[in-house]
Design a protein around this ligand. Structure first.
Ligand code: R5P
Length: 313
């Protein structure tokens, strides 16, 4: 791996360090600083001419700053004659704005994909995109890794699979939840949120018999925690024994951590695609598992021109 260069923006230095350790390389010396007026300034302090380069940067909070860092780092690498630039974006922000839900709405996920491509990125490596079709927003090779194998390993180590049921917290997440259920050979249930009439509060219907089950909610994003906590309530009120959640991207904004710690969720497990805050680290019912080996392996295979999809066979 001595002929690759790994660079880290400021979004998730801890993950970048873990990936570098997995690959047995040091992060390339690079300063990503602010001018007095908060403009971003990047200085790559090692020669990268002709090198296979990987920028590790989630576009997580503050999303706009972290996206801009990624774009400017890409520009710096391109002007420094890097041979290939891969944007390693464990959490791809703006992904929820992937279609026009109303007239005159932007498709920001497409705009961000254009920005990254135009800046000079050659390939993208990401994890659990909110919608798989976002891969097609990039006109460059894009590998969308699955967090499921990391979650499955953790579930198998900790839980009795005989009584487990996997739950999608909404209809939109069924494909993702079904894929995980299949890997652990567990049944699937679905929480169906519905507003029967305008102005009335949402009704939570549970499709499937969850009574006495150890439920595992599976989703790509936990942001405010609303979807998760409401789904947990609905499951417990229908007789579920306990409810855990495995969610790839712990966005956890605003009062999400407080909402989750005071909820009836037994445990929320998120990956380190987004750097956990201190509040997340000390939360009694939130645990972080690492995707560093998965990302590291995908980077190694990309560098050696080997199959990345076979990581999931
Ligand atoms: C929605 O489609 C996503 O998969 C998540 O369910 C959603 O983003 C979670 O948001 P929140 O935690 O704010 O309810």
């Amino acid at each position: 791996m001595s002929d690759i260069k790994l660079l880290a923006g400021n979004s998730n230095r801890a993950l970048a360090d873990s990936i570098a350790a997995y690959l047995g390389v040091s992060l390339t010396k690079c300063q990503v600083r602010r001018f007095a007026d908060m403009e971003i300034f990047v200085e790559i302090q090692e020669n990268v001419r002709g090198q296979d380069t990987f920028i590790i940067q989630s576009t997580s909070f503050p999303a706009n700053d972290h996206l801009m860092e990624l774009l400017i780092m890409t520009d710096a690498l391109r002007r420094a004659s890097a041979r290939r630039i891969t944007a390693v974006v464990p959490y791809f922000g703006y992904a929820r704005q992937d279609r026009k839900p109303a007239p005159r709405a932007p498709i920001s996920a497409k705009l961000v994909s254009n920005l990254i491509t135009r800046a000079g990125v050659d390939r993208v490596l990401t994890v659990d995109l909110h919608a798989g079709q976002i891969q097609g927003f990039f006109d460059i090779p894009t590998d969308n890794l699955f967090g499921a194998p990391v979650m499955v390993r953790d579930i198998k180590e900790r839980l009795d699979l005989n009584n487990v049921m996997v739950i999608s917290p909404d209809v939109g997440g069924v494909v993702r939840a079904r894929a995980l259920a299949k890997r652990i050979d567990a049944p699937l249930a679905i929480v169906d949120k519905r507003r029967e009439r305008a102005g009335e509060s949402e009704v939570m219907n549970v499709i499937g018999d969850v009574s006495g089950k150890s439920c595992i909610l599976v989703d790509d994003i936990v942001d405010s925690g609303g979807t998760l906590c409401n789904a947990a309530e609905a499951l417990l009120s229908r007789g579920a024994k306990e409810v855990r959640a495995y969610i790839t991207h712990g966005v956890l904004s605003g009062g999400a951590v407080a909402r989750i710690t005071s909820s009836k969720l037994k445990e929320l497990v998120v990956t380190d695609s987004i750097q956990p805050t201190e509040a997340v680290r000390v939360a009694s019912n939130i645990r972080v598992i690492s995707i560093a080996p998965l990302m590291g392996e995908a980077i190694a295979r990309t560098a050696k021109e080997e199959s990345v999809s076979s990581l999931f066979d």
